[in-house]
Design a protein around this ligand. Sequence first.
Ligand code: NAD
Length: 439
Amino acid sequence: MLNFGKDNISLIIEVLNMTKKASTYENVTRQFNKAADIMGLDPQIRKILSKTQNEIVLNFPVKMDDGRIEIFTGYRVQHNNVLGPYKGGLRFHPAVDIDEVRALSTWMTWKTAIIDIPFGGAKGGIQLNPSDYSARELEHISRRFTFALGNNIGPEYDIPAPDVNTNAQIMAWILDTYLSTIPPQDRNRSLHVVTGKPIASGGSVCRDKATGQGVVYVIEQWARDRSFDLKDATYTVQGFGNVGSWTARLLKPHGAKLVAIETGSSGAYSNPEGIDPDDLYAYVNSHNGRIIGYPKATPIDHEAFMSTKADIFIPAALENQITAQTAPLLNVRLVAEGANGPTDPDGDAILAERGIELLPDVLCNAGGVVVSYFEWLQNKRSEFWDLEEVDAKLHKKMVSGYERVREAAQRYKTDWRTAAYIIALSRLEKVYKERGIFP
Ligand code: NAD
């Protein structure tokens, strides 16, 4: 039997703590504290913003195709609604847990404040692997989750949207279930309970591509500021779902060249001559959403992908991809965060030390929530805006968000993530001070 002395035990605990991976919410807290310290956030308001307002955990039963009952755990965390209704996506993924949803909901509060739309922050999800279920089962899971949420969501209260592994079809099921459970007289004025719907069911044109389009608009501004020609620029993308594929396809008309791509279970592929994003998109759509076996690029491993030399790296998959372990590998000039939370605070510090610039998620991927806001407005007003109008309005929002963050980074002499947080915290602080705390 092993015998540990008291000193040894302390040492082991210290080592375990050092090696323990920080939780995503701990990362959010570190980012928040850094910005709050620099701007001198009021300590009372700091207390309020450092907590989520409501955390809803639901265990609910669903009948499977074979007649079995399975119990699912779903989450909705509402971080803050002082600037408007709670807003944020729903994710279906095995890694969904309360810590992740807390972090994602907090980022939504900062994002809506930075990009200046009248929403608060929320996020939700169900812990499951969608590929384990049939389409019919996924429909029943989505509907039963909506039913379990009841009036914890609502068109003027908390408005979900698509995120990882959820899409317009799932939003249509959520809409239909929600409308079926409210009085008939309220149904037609409640279409805005969810955004990212199919267009025929009240969705907005451009919502599908909105996040990727926003990423591209922000990259364009960055390039313009540096007189950097995107023609022939090289870039890599992690994740080829909604955000990754749209970003790549919308960068193509600029002449920029996709040189490596990575997705979860399909691995990574590279081609220094360039991968055509439209061709890759067609391949993925005809191969069950996977890039495995793509014939016009060579398979590479994760380390080779992260080390690929390019001008821009666009993480568009999951959190905590650029860390103390991987940040030293990057061989790029700019990281443009399409995903939420792809860089942890250690990764941030290493990128800064290495002179790699970063356009933070809370600015860079805000296009999705901006067009969700446009969809919400169109539903409320029974209007339908055309693509030209939505694109122009999105462009204006992304450019002014970019300019605000650039200006704050210069004023506070800090990195862009911290600058973006300072904008959000200042807005929230102002409103709390004006309104005071009831009673
Ligand atoms: P999606 O489900 O459409 O696509 C996710 C992609 O990531 C898939 O290609 C998947 O294979 C890949 N992936 C999963 N795990 C991976 C791993 N470990 N390594 C590499 N690739 C992996 O999801 P999405 O809607 O494109 O969302 C991607 C990210 O963007 C998430 O962080 C999400 O929160 C964020 N985001 C999405 C939106 C939106 O409008 N959909 C808006 C803002 C931010």
